[in-house]
Design a protein around this ligand. Structure first.
Ligand SMILES: Cc1ncc(C[n+]2csc(CCOP(=O)(O)OP(=O)(O)O)c2C)c(N)n1
Ligand SMILES: [Mg+2]
Length: 527
């Protein structure tokens, strides 16, 4: 008999899924029966939060949804933080969990893992959340999940399946359909956008995480228009670091704001224009540009944060392609290069010296390992990077300091990123505090043959919060938390550890990492 567990694995394989991140338990055993003989590779985490972060890092680099298996109850509550980060950053995740048997779930009698309404718990952090009541519902529910990933704003989807259904027969179930194409921008709106851009004398492009798959098209467009391109955290690298039109700097910075403010037309592509990028310190709201054109796959998002004069509802790549087929005036590639250069200089000058130092360190990492993926947590080095780090290429800079802003992300997300891009070294940027949130996932690095340098920014506590307390006139309390001995910790897992005291030592260690696949922890003693 083919069970629902088998059927799910078959459906995922048919959808092109190659990795699944999971933790088994008595409730989801039937999912694991389905794995026997499958081509899917199962990666076991040490905590469900870690599973979700792994799947997130995997999705960002592979462009495919990250898939997780969890048990009912604590498996689901543990993974919701990772769903929150993925929801905030529009990352496609599919979480499949078990639920108590029909009739037992939510009865209040105290069955193992009983959590009355798992769906309600996941609803605020998913694009869609499904509680399966009959096996026959599965083909349509899976098809909806795949349609969201293929044709809508990519965000997490949650599906729970009672354990009596997981073990039931699926002989009669058809494989889910794959359907759905993203919305296509209206010709009249495209014409209006093209006319505005063709007449622009000082255009600026704002690129966000929704444009990560459209790097080549964006480059063609900004080069045609001569438009400086401001990249949010999730868009870093869409123009290469040294490109004359690249402004890999936060639109929270006054100099970048001034550049955008002086533009006569602003084209925003796949960006929420959200506060964690555009008003990082909550100082003053981003002033909406007067002549704004927005491209977004989410109709609701087009109307949020800044009302555009022209709204183009569609996938970023497809819409840019359509726009490039229109008359955008004569090419004027050099137009905005001086303004972009002046903005970069001024924004850097305005930054506090300590951030400038952090940026030099990040540049050293990039220049020593140009192929590396820098995966960050919420820590001081990463904040500086989000303000002004120019990534070498797309898929080279992402972290959890924006959006939901959770600690603990970087280490497990590095595991997922490494699985999706096995030929690129990963540099994990994490604070001593953040690393302790998901410490258990260190074990997984060996199991997946990771190629990784974990840079531990050790300032012996919650440094950024310590500074915030001092700035707010609060005597620091609860922030000077003792880190473990990282050398012993690395040894416990069988990894190399180096205490890094100079930039030269960091460059040397990273160059070695570049030459040889290895797992190494590089501890930087920070102030
Ligand atoms: C889950 C979670 N809990 C608490 C916070 C609040 N928080 C933000 S940064 C930070 C300090 C983190 O310390 P560490 O990782 O050592 O980085 P540092 O600031 O010292 O560079 C804390 C506690 C958070 N962002 N996420
Ligand atoms: Mg710290």
């Amino acid at each position: 008999m083919k069970t629902v567990g088998h059927y799910l694995i078959e459906s995922l394989e048919a959808a092109g899924v190659r990795h699944v991140f999971g933790i088994p338990g008595v409730h989801n055993l039937e999912l694991y029966r389905g794995l026997e003989g499958a081509t899917l590779r199962h990666v076991t985490g040490r905590h469900e939060q870690g599973l979700g972060f792994m799947a997130d890092g995997y999705a960002r680099l592979s462009g495919r949804p990250g898939v997780c298996f969890t048990i009912s109850g604590p498996g689901v509550s543990n993974i919701t933080t990772a769903l929150g980060q993925a929801y905030g950053d529009s990352i496609p995740l599919l979480v499949i969990s078990s639920q108590n048997r029909r009739g037992e779930a939510g009865s209040g009698r105290g069955f193992l893992h009983e959590l009355p309404d798992q769906r309600a718990l996941t609803l605020p952090v998913t694009a869609a959340s499904f509680a399966i009541g009959e096996a026959a519902e599965l083909p349509a529910v899976l098809a909806q999940a795949f349609a969201i990933f293929a044709a809508a704003r990519p965000r997490p989807v949650y599906i729970e399946i009672p354990l009596d259904i997981l073990g039931a027969s699926a002989d009669a179930l058809p494989l889910p359909l794959h359907h759905g194409a993203p919305p296509r921008a209206e010709p009249s709106a495209l014409a209006a956008a093209a006319a505005l851009l063709a007449g622009a004398r000082h255009p600026v492009v704002l690129a966000g995480g929704g444009a990560v798959h459209a790097a080549t098209l964006l480059q063609r467009l900004v080069e045609h228009l001569g438009a400086p391109m401001v990249m949010t955290t999730n868009a870093r690298g869409l123009l290469p670091a040294a490109h004359p039109l690249a402004v890999a700097m936060s639109p929270s910075l006054p100099a970048v704001r001034a550049l955008i403010g002086a533009a006569d037309v602003v084209l925003a592509v796949g960006t929420e224009i959200g506060p964690t990028d555009y008003d990082m310190y909550g100082v003053s709201e981003f002033p909406p540009p007067a002549n704004l054109i927005r491209i977004d796959i989410d109709a609701g998002q087009l109307a949020r944060s800044a009302t555009p004069r022209v709204a183009l509802l569609g996938d970023a790549a497809q819409t840019l392609q359509l726009l490039l087929q229109r008359n955008l005036g004569a090419p004027r590639p050099g137009l905005g290069a001086d303004a972009a250069a002046a903005t970069r200089r001024q924004a850097l000058d305005e930054m506090p010296p300590v951030y400038q130092g952090h940026l030099r360190l990040l540049n050293l990492i990039r220049d020593t390992l140009p192929d590396a993926v820098l995966v960050g947590d919420s820590t001081q080095l990463v904040y500086a990077g989000n303000l002004g780090f120019a990534a070498a290429r797309p898929g080279s800079w992402f972290n959890s300091a924006t959006g939901y802003g959770t600690l603990g992300y970087a280490l497990p997300a590095s595991v997922g990123a490494g699985l999706a891009a096995p030929d690129r070294p990963i540099v994990c940027l994490v604070g001593d505090g953040g690393l302790q949130f998901c410490l258990g996932e260190l074990a997984v690095l060996r199991e997946v043959d990771a190629w990784i340098g974990i840079i531990v920014w050790n300032n012996r506590g919650y440094g950024e919060i310590r500074s915030s307390m001092l700035a707010a006139g609060i005597r620091p309390v609860g922030v000077d938390v003792q880190p473990p001995d990282f050398a012993l910790l690395a040894a416990a897992y069988g990894y190399t550890h180096r205490l890094i005291e100079t930039p030269e030592a960091l460059a040397d260690a990273l160059a070695q990492l570049g030459r040889q696949r290895q797992i190494i922890m590089l501890e930087i003693a920070a102030d």
